[in-house]
Ligand binder design. Structure first.
Ligand code: SAH
Ligand code: SF4
Length: 379
């Protein structure tokens, strides 16, 4: 069996080189070829000894997930559907803005946490992504963006303006948010190994401030992240009290709000930013009243934070409506008047279903898979 080198961070690649009788500096060379220059073919790695190239081409590979489709929205948002085998697909989304290019990365096929307003949650859990499948999204995006900026196709104005300013054409992605499909802290080891690569100067060289993990609030894993690899933190709060959050984010029954906020404050002692971003999905007549906003202000009084209000993105059968623009404005103003910093997320990539919570990919969940297998068996 060949070894997929996309699965390794710097330390693991160094260990691998030792195992096959190579010096540590080979790991650094490999890291740069694979991640910085986006190469998958050992024969293009010109400063590797010929013998090593021959050897690696037999025992190793660089195998990112395969791209099944590539959509570009009118506003320049770009979405890739990547195959992760067994008929499953995951999505990653690139959002170009004037001064940054953010990639929204998936961490699992489906999600077990079943938040009531999330299409990924509705699909159930299938499996964790491997390191190669997580970092492969970034590998792929940088390669695809480099290719399209070189030939000038596909990109619209917004994306082109951003790309024309990118200093390093190999690294068009300047920010990563772990806000695609899945709960990153449920896939801790693989996500953290991928984070190592995002931060490594020989790989993607992103600063800790520009890599954000978003979590629904798995407290023990949050404490481990603080020790192992503190990056910027976003927490999906979505409700100002336990009764409501229990309904929207069921993991709250295990890790209630007060304990979660205490974990956030612990996290901040090691974090690269001095605030937590609270995400708050705006659901019509569910969590969007002035009373909810006031309760929220009291709740976060001792926790340095910013708010990101996300207008609910609808999907078939969700059972929820997006709050009105007026309700969002009033809610935002209550927070602002209390001295909080608040942004309202712009909905991007509307025409290609690339918004938060809409990333459906293709997930054959266990129940459906079982049903399918049973249907096939009786054919
Ligand atoms: N599992 C992680 C990260 C992925 S979801 C988490 O829950 O934080 C990224 C953000 O999108 C989360 O804040 C999530 O609650 C939110 N979200 C999920 N479904 C949504 C929807 N339909 N509309 C708007 N935001 C949604
Ligand atoms: Fe999972 Fe996040 Fe969706 Fe909740 S919002 S079901 S944690 S992906």
């Amino acid at each position: 069996m060949t070894t997929n080198l996309l699965d390794f961070n710097a330390k693991q690649l160094t260990d691998y080189c030792a195992e096959i009788g190579e010096k540590p500096f080979r790991a650094k060379q490999l890291l740069r070829w694979i991640h910085q220059f986006g190469k998958a073919d050992f024969f293009e790695m010109s400063d590797l000894a010929k013998g090593l190239r021959d050897k690696l081409s037999v025992i190793a590979e660089i195998e990112p997930p395969k791209v099944m489709s590539d959509y570009v929205a009118a506003d320049g948002t770009r979405k890739w559907l990547l195959s992760v085998g067994s008929g499953n697909g995951i999505e990653s989304v690139f959002i170009p803005e004037a001064n940054r290019g953010t990639l929204c990365v998936s961490s699992q096929v489906g999600c077990a946490l079943a938040c009531s307003f999330c299409s990924t949650g509705k699909q159930g859990f299938n499996r964790n992504l491997t390191v190669a499948e997580i970092i492969g999204q970034l590998w792929w995006a940088n390669n695809a963006l480099k290719a399209t900026s070189a030939d000038g196709t596909i990109l619209n104005d917004g994306a082109q303006i951003y790309q024309s300013q990118v200093a390093d054409k190999n690294r068009a992605v300047s920010n990563v948010v772990m806000m695609g499909m899945g709960e990153p802290l449920s896939n801790f080891e693989n996500v953290v190994t991928a984070l190592d690569l995002m931060l490594d100067d020989n790989a993607y060289g992103l600063s800790r401030r520009k890599v954000t993990v978003s979590t629904s609030g798995l407290i023990p894993a949050l404490d481990r992240l603080r020790e192992r690899c503190p990056v910027a933190l976003a927490v999906s709060l979505h409700a100002p009290n336990d009764a409501l959050r229990d309904q929207l984010v069921p993991i709250n029954k295990k890790y209630p709000i007060k304990e979660l906020l205490a974990a956030c404050r612990r996290y901040l002692t090691a974090a690269p930013r001095d605030f937590v971003t609270f995400e708050y999905v705006m659901l019509d007549e569910v969590n969007d009243s002035v009373e909810h906003a006031r309760e929220l202000v009291e709740l976060v009084r001792d926790t340095p934070c910013k708010f990101n209000l996300i207008p609910f993105n609808s999907f078939p059968g969700s059972g929820y409506q997006r709050s009105s623009t007026e309700a969002i404005r009033i809610f935002r103003d209550v927070l602002i008047q209390a001295g909080l910093i608040v942004t309202v997320r712009k909905t991007r990539g509307d025409d290609i279903a690339a918004a938060c919570g809409q990333l459906a990919g293709q997930v054959l969940d266990k129940t459906r898979r079982t049903k399918q297998l049973m249907a096939e068996a009786v054919k």
